[in-house]
Design a protein. Sequence first.
Length: 367
Amino acid sequence: MNIVTKLLDVFKSESTKKIERKQEIEPVEIPGDEQTIYFKNGKMYKVYPSDEESWYDARYLVSDGAMYDLENIEDLQKIPIPNFEFTDIMEGYGVTGSLDYVLRMKAGSFYSRNEKELCSACLWKSTKMMLANKGMGWKKDDYFRIIYWHNELGMFEEAKKAKEFLLSFDICTKNQFDINAKQIKNIILEKSRQFGTDLIAFNDFGGGCCSECAKMRGRVYSISGKSKVFPKLPEYVLENGNFHPGCRCIMSLFFENETELFYKGERANAKALSRRPWVDDRDEKERQLYEEYLNNIQKDIAHIKKREEYSIKKGIAQREFDQILMYLPELAPKSITGYMRMKTSKSKNFIKLFNAAKEKGIDIKTD
């Protein structure tokens, strides 16, 4: 869950929350007994007729008092982006009852049924909602599903549009830690003025860090530089909220009456830590944890690249398979998976199918 949203929810006044809770939604008449899901501010609060069965393939959606047919492309496109609230995983339907999550699952139902246009419309709507819902903590690979699935459905132009769309958002092009750090920094600086403290801290909870962060973490800093006890907050941090691009360190408020902060996962004296030498003081375990973190980043990058390449390959195969089913049903395997398997292995049956397809004018890519 996104730490920025947690902070924003904490700082929201109780009076505002009470007003929001008192808002009521006008009843909507549902045609027949089709499964219907009800949402307020992006959070599900009711399933009709009951929630005993999965609601991920519901027919109707009622969002903030308006009804939409989830099996209708125009209705899917009309669904407005709600004013998403903080998602408490312990309250109501939790994460699985968030509108972006539910529409994402609905797109999966269309995908499994090969209902391309409905899947596309639902993917677009769910992705836009995912981008708007800052509290869900979606990963880059989650956003890129709109690219993968459009490719796999053979909708290559739509996949291209989706990729261009996603790359216009910082969350898909920049490091998530940099985005979070700047947002948190703005909140913390505002609260420091509100509470009259000139101090901020960078607690170190022992998750491993780089050589630069090792020198800076586990210290208290003075925003103005006027403190006679704590060092001045570096200008880069004042501007960006962390110590360097991609830095995972997060600032928090610190007050004069506090005496401790976390360092290497344990509480220690704040003054002594803040005055320690500016050197890389990581132990072997911390270095290893940081190396594992870097390796995971590379794995994620490689996974996204490989996943997109596979989606294009599958999309091409799907187009071929659709034509084979239409013109050579007697030679067609039972599924797209079976077709891709025989194509990859270049089995005898595939060679036979390939030659027959060529006679029918069906172009099958073999490289």
